[in-house]
Write a protein that binds this ligand. Structure first.
Ligand code: S3P
Length: 433
């Protein structure tokens, strides 16, 4: 096990380019593997989740090489069943999007995952994929992994996704590439649009129109073309260093090259509402943010502002250090992430001396009292919890001693996390035992 001892750091200064966006990275590998030809990807995330996707597409027949930064994918576009289990590791995005691709790939496929992924429901993708004609099996009523898919001919459907989920939307759009006729996905809440955007760039016929507070997206069958993809940096990973910069007392943190899509950066507006001084500059489709130390106050956060609720753990740390309570409304989807993040975030807040209450699908956070604390945090294998705990540690009062256990999980999405914190001036000791 590897632990991190993190001392309070009240002066943070410097510029950070977060890792390549995880969602875009998975999709760049997938679309390049479905294409016929040679594609390149620059800025690909080096997190283990994305490496799991790369390894799976190698098993399915794509040639994927990484020569120190530029990844090349060579594929005939005709993938084939692997003949062995496809290991998605900790990555729900890999498993759910892959399900959509395997549903239309003739043969029998098995997807497996680690202990955390093996507890996450796959019925949300299996139900619509069955409607398209695929055979999808898993364990129990919620279809937990291992998942077996018998891929074959698919028919297009019109499907209203019951939960706000870009993964489900994306699985169906990817399945739609080989279906008979068009496939339409209706989402009640606008979720991240990477799949639609990237399919369009890769030459696929796809149309997205607003409907109510969501969208109706229709994809036509087709083969994505081989492309040179450039991956912007990841807003959800940036959220950790943004909050670190806000909670510092002096200094300033600059975050570079972010993907600017509105479904990904809602957390910035939440923080501004809490009193954050942030300045944003959009240039050549990339967002730079300057973060100044700020005194924050509590707010009410609607889940629709941060549709995948990925930023709740780190926003809860901001709330822990704010003046007055913060309520996260309708964030029940937290229960289906890499851990039960509803419970885990509440526990994190309490460990740092704040109060947390779960009321139905709402999470209420009351700030911590001032004063040094001594605490050891177990993030339960959840990368976002481990990173949120680390930022809570940095923003603790002088004399605090915080240890975050089992920090290996951070490598699933942000291998350079502690290196980046140190470059801002934080004192972090990492120790393997
Ligand atoms: C993702 C979608 C989100 C998010 C995940 C990545 C994606 O999940 O939590 O980290 O790349 O499509 P949901 O589909 O459950 O919202």
């Amino acid at each position: 096990m590897t632990t991190a001892s993190i001392r309070p750091a009240h002066h943070l200064q410097g510029a950070i380019a977060p890792p390549g966006d995880k969602s875009i990275s998975h999709r760049a590998l997938m679309l390049s593997s479905l294409a016929n030809g040679s594609s390149t990807i620059s800025g690909l995330s080096s997190g283990l989740d994305v490496l799991a996707t790369a390894e799976i597409f190698r098993q399915l027949g794509a040639e994927i090489t990484d020569d120190g930064g530029l990844v090349t994918v060579v594929s005939s576009g005709a993938l084939r069943a692997a003949g062995g289990p496809l290991d998605c590791g900790n990555s729900g995005t890999t498993m759910r999007l892959l399900a959509g691709i395997l549903a239309g790939l003739p043969g029998r496929h098995q997807m497996i995952g680690d202990a955390s992924l093996s507890k996450r429901p796959m019925d949300r993708v299996a139900i619509p994929l069955r409607l398209m004609g695929a055979r999808v099996d898993g364990i129990g009523e919620r279809l937990l992994p291992p998942i077996e898919i018998h891929g074959g001919a698919l028919n297009g459907i019109v499907y209203e996704v019951p939960e706000p989920s870009a993964q489900v939307k994306s699985a169906l759009l990817l399945a739609g590439l080989v279906a008979e006729g068009s496939t339409t996905v209706v989402e009640a809440v606008k979720t991240r649009t990477h799949t639609e955007e990237m399919l369009e760039v890769a030459g696929i016929g796809i149309e997205s129109v607003p409907e109510g507070s969501g969208r109706r997206i229709t994809v036509q069958p087709g083969t994505p073309r081989a492309m040179d993809w450039v991956v912007a940096t990841d807003p959800s990973q940036a959220a950790f260093t943004v909050v670190a910069g806000l909670l510092a007392r002096t200094g300033g943190v600059e975050i570079l090259d972010l993907y600017p899509g509105e479904e990904r950066i809602g957390f910035l507006s939440v923080l501004e509402r809490m009193g954050a001084t942030l300045s944003r500059a959009l240039k050549d489709g990339r967002l730079t943010i300057d973060v100044a130390p700020s005194l924050l106050h509590g707010t009410t956060v609607q889940s629709i502002e941060i549709p995948s609720v990925d930023e709740v753990p780190i926003l809860a740390v901001a709330a822990l250090r704010a003046e007055g309570p913060t309520r996260f409304v309708d964030v029940g989807e937290l229960r289906f992430k890499e851990s039960d993040r509803m419970e885990a975030t509440a526990r994190l807040v309490r460990s740092f001396g704040g109060e947390a209450r779960i009321e139905g699908d709402d999470l209420l956070v009351t700030p911590a009292k001032r004063g040094p604390i001594e605490v050891e945090i177990d993030p339960l294998g959840d990368h976002r919890l481990a990173m949120a705990a680390s930022i809570a540690a940095l923003s603790s009062d002088e004399g605090s001693e915080v240890v975050v256990r089992d920090i290996e999980c951070i490598s699933t999405s942000y291998p350079a996390f502690f290196e980046h914190l140190r470059s801002l001036g934080a004192a972090v000791e990492v120790e393997a035992s």
